[in-house]
Design a protein around this ligand. Structure first.
Ligand code: GLC
Length: 573
């Protein structure tokens, strides 16, 4: 079972209205929203900047780099979890939702971070991880202590006298078994993820109230939204029906969009979200377009932005088909053309690096293909999410040894294979292409030791290409990936046609080039993207004679519709 099925499924964002948030506060009734116009920068705190030499990125480190973030032109930061956690899954196992992980700093650091971000007109979206907690959370400690604990029903338990529970597959468990027997009360608890990530019981209204209080705690501090982790899994059919054999290869169908999910979201919206002007993005959008629309149709008052993984699924094949890629993005655009909204992303903390995944990270094409992919993300209709380091063209580290990996997904899968005598060599080879750790290596600031990330020993190895690929070097080079990224963000911010404009796919069957127009308010832009490392031509029936080139990733962009390897050009028609 590939981990992609998981990370090809889980997120969504929501808006509300009664309070203007500190950063730039704007909301209206015409369909225009600040979260549609925003460019999101996703930041993995563990790997961004270490301020105290312990080898782990921290909040003070982020604060010290806010001017850099601001210089990118982005206006929202999505921060992966920073709450107290024993770090079984890098912070996605939370032991105290109202506290900061010691590795990352203190609540005072957090308050400074938020203040300093808002001063720079950058909004903050936090991860909300409430499909499960850590087994070290007080709720779970209480819950497991006795069958009569008031916290017992905060989690899902199956009493031992009922026999072995109905099988449920687990993403991170070494045996892929989502039920763990706990001898203390002779019962099994459910964990879709690791054994240290017991699933919370959303069918319990008391648990839901706790979550809403946690959300209010952070929103009252002034944060600007939530990215809701694994949220499509929270509602469960607690009659625990037997799923057909092989169901785990279609896990979203069986785990996603459980019986009362929409009720819970509407309740959450009523109780919390509608009282603030915030963005909420839930990971995963179900398994059909209808599932997604049910989550983001504004009339339903649930969430405001779908984060689907269908594009990721296409790219998970070693030689993905651009035709399939175009089909997916065109389908989602047309599904949300009248109402609803999507996120556009080609990387995140659960994926390999964008350029290695979708482009070509060899020296000849790393820069060009990074710029081309950035052009795609920032010219589609939907809110763009840019993952830290992609603005430099950081690439997969491709570890050779299991000992270099830090991700529980890779490590436990390896142990599983060892246990069953599987092919660990082939697995390690595959991880070079797919592992989540490829996307989690430290940000490459400069050519000082450890790329200027830490003065200590980094928690995960720094990519060895940092002497050449780093922010300081790219700052000085007007043609760098970094400076192209800034130009591209500026172009989007200055041209709302790129946010709201109608999308039309051109030259649909061209296997090499992705071509589309964006039209709005009397303006029409044409985007041509060569996704291949060879020259290509495009048939659009558009006379480019009078077209004006707005941006291209070659020093002198092609003006005739013929594209050089990985060339990207944006025209105004
Ligand atoms: C989400 C997160 C991932 C995490 C998992 C369990 O998919 O993005 O990083 O491992 O949930 O919380």
């Amino acid at each position: 079972m590939s981990k992609f099925i998981l990370f090809s499924t889980l997120i969504i964002l929501t808006s509300c209205s009664s309070r203007q948030n500190a950063a730039t506060g704007s909301s209206d009734t015409t369909g225009r929203k600040w979260w549609k116009e925003a460019v999101v920068y996703q930041l993995y705190p563990r790997s961004f900047k270490d301020s105290d030499g312990d080898g782990i990125g921290d909040l003070k480190g982020i604060i010290s780099k806010l001017d850099y973030i601001s210089s990118l032109g982005v206006d929202v930061v999505w921060l992966n979890p920073i709450y107290s956690s024993p770090n079984d899954d890098n912070g996605y196992d939370i032991s105290d939702y109202r506290n900061i992980m010691k590795d990352f700093g203190t609540m005072a650091d957090f308050d400074t971070l938020l203040l300093e971000m808002h001063k720079r007109k950058i909004r903050l979206v936090m991860d909300l991880v409430v499909n499960h907690s850590s087994d070290e959370h007080l709720w779970f400690q209480q819950s497991r202590s006795s069958r009569t604990s008031p916290y017992r029903n905060y989690y899902h338990w199956w009493n031992g006298e009922r026999g072995v529970p109905t099988p449920r597959w687990s993403f991170f468990d070494i045996n892929s078994d989502a039920w763990k027997y706990d001898s203390l009360t002779k019962a099994y608890y459910l964990h879709y993820f690791s054994r240290k990530q017991p699933d919370l019981n959303w069918e319990n209204p008391q648990l839901r109230r706790e979550v809403y209080d946690i959300m209010k705690f952070w929103l009252d501090k002034g944060i600007d939204g939530f990215r809701m982790d694994a949220f499509q899994f929270v509602a469960k059919d607690t009659s625990w029906p037997v799923f057909p054999k092989g169901y785990e290869s279609n896990i979203i169908k069986y785990y996603g969009m459980g019986p009362h999910l929409h009720e819970y979201l509407q309740e959450m919206n009523r109780e919390v979200i509608s009282k603030y002007d915030v963005m909420t993005v839930a990971e995963g959008a179900g398994s059909t377009l209808k599932d997604a629309m049910d989550l983001v149709d504004p009339a339903r008052h649930e969430l405001n932005m779908a984060y689907h993984f269908e594009g990721m699924d296409v790219g998970n094949q070693p030689n993905y088909s651009l035709l399939d890629f175009k089909k997916v993005y065109s389908k989602w655009d047309s599904a949300m053309a009248e109402k609803g909204w999507v996120s556009i992303f080609l990387g995140n903390h659960d994926q390999p690096r964008m350029v290695s995944h979708w482009g070509d990270d060899s020296p000849a094409f790393r820069e060009l293909s990074s710029k081309m992919l950035t052009t795609f993300v920032l010219t589609m209709r939907g809110t763009p999410y840019c993952y830290y380091g992609d603005e430099l063209g950081m690439s997969n580290i491709r570890f050779d040894r299991i000992g270099d990996y830090r991700d529980i997904a890779t490590i436990n899968r390896f142990k599983h294979l060892v246990g069953e005598g599987g092919d660990t060599t082939a697995f390690l080879e595959e991880q070079k292409r797919t592992s989540r750790d490829n996307g989690r290596t430290p940000f490459q600031w400069d050519n000082a030791p450890n790329a200027g990330f830490t003065t200590g020993t980094p928690w995960i190895r720094v990519h060895p290409d940092y002497p050449a690929v780093n922010a300081a070097a790219q700052e000085k080079d007007p043609g760098s990936v970094l400076n192209y990224f800034r130009k591209m963000v500026r172009l989007r911010k200055d041209n709302q046609v790129l946010v709201y404009g109608k999308y039309t796919l051109l030259d649909k069957y061209n296997p090499d080039v992705y071509a589309y127009t964006r039209e709005w308010d009397g303006r029409r832009l044409l985007v041509l993207l060569n996704f291949k490392g060879t020259t290509a031509s495009v048939k659009t029936d558009i006379d480019l004679g009078k077209a004006k080139i707005l941006l291209g990733n070659y020093p002198a962009p092609s003006g005739d519709g013929n594209l050089r390897p990985y060339e990207a050009v944006i025209y105004e028609l």
